[in-house]
Design a protein around this ligand. Structure first.
Ligand code: GRF
Length: 213
């Protein structure tokens, strides 16, 4: 069973999806700690409700990003974290954290990367006029939203979509694929070659309980 540390800044719906996958037995993991850089982030309440310890480390007042990340590494290590999951954590990470967990930091992004990195990905997709959008789970590297892609899922964009309707459709897929990607990485069912994640094991979804297999 892998020990996870989940980093959030806000709502925490992906955190909830991870906790659900664990509770359902689809993911053999334990969330040891949830860290937020924002005091009062709604996701912290989800963690507490699930009995998961929470830590708030404000990003304000640190002399450098590196010192913030070093402190964060200390907190994650103190909770014996093996795999770090960014779930709406709105901070760019430095090599101080990334190198402390080599190929063991994951992020979920609401676009089919490399299209639309950065903030407001769903708005970028809608405004660009793409017909297909989606989400990406990738390993984190110092370049934002650019690390090896573990899983992607796509959704259609309809003519009457707003940013909110498109974001909601994408979010459903995030909740489906993020726990599955965590499973693949934590069970060692792939390896990194250059900028590619190469699957070496079964890549079927964790469960077909949601009917989409
Ligand atoms: C998600 O859309 C995720 O892709 C992005 O931030 C959002 C976080 O949502 N990185 P939540 O806090 O997990 O609900």
């Amino acid at each position: 069973m892998v020990t996870l540390g989940v980093l959030i800044s806000g709502r925490g719906s992906n955190l909830q999806a991870i906790l659900r996958a664990i509770a359902d037995g689809r993911l053999s993991a334990r969330v040891a700690v949830v860290v937020s850089n924002i005091e009062g982030a709604p996701g912290l309440a989800h963690a507490s409700a699930a009995g998961v310890p929470t830590v708030v480390i404000s990003h304000r007042g640190w002399p450098s990003r590196e010192e913030y990340d070093a402190h964060l590494v200390g907190v994650l290590r103190a909770h014996h974290v093996e795999l770090v999951c960014l779930a709406g954590f709105m901070r760019r990470l430095t090599p101080v954290l990334i190198d402390a967990f080599p190929h063991r930091v994951l992020n979920v992004h609401p676009s089919l990367l490399p299209a639309f990195p950065g903030v407001d990905a769903q708005r970028q997709a809608l405004e660009h006029g793409v017909r297909v959008a989606g989400c990406t789970v990738h390993l984190v590297t110092p370049t934002i939203d650019a690390g090896p892609i573990v899983l992607q899922a796509c959704v259609p964009v309809t003519d009457d979509d707003t940013v909110d309707t498109l974001a909601a459709r994408i979010l459903e897929e995030e909740h489906r694929v993020y726990p599955e990607a965590i499973r693949l990485v934590s069970e060692g069912l792939g390896r990194v070659e250059g900028r590619r994640w190469i699957s070496t094991g079964r890549t079927a979804p964790l469960s077909d309980a949601d009917g989409r297999g």
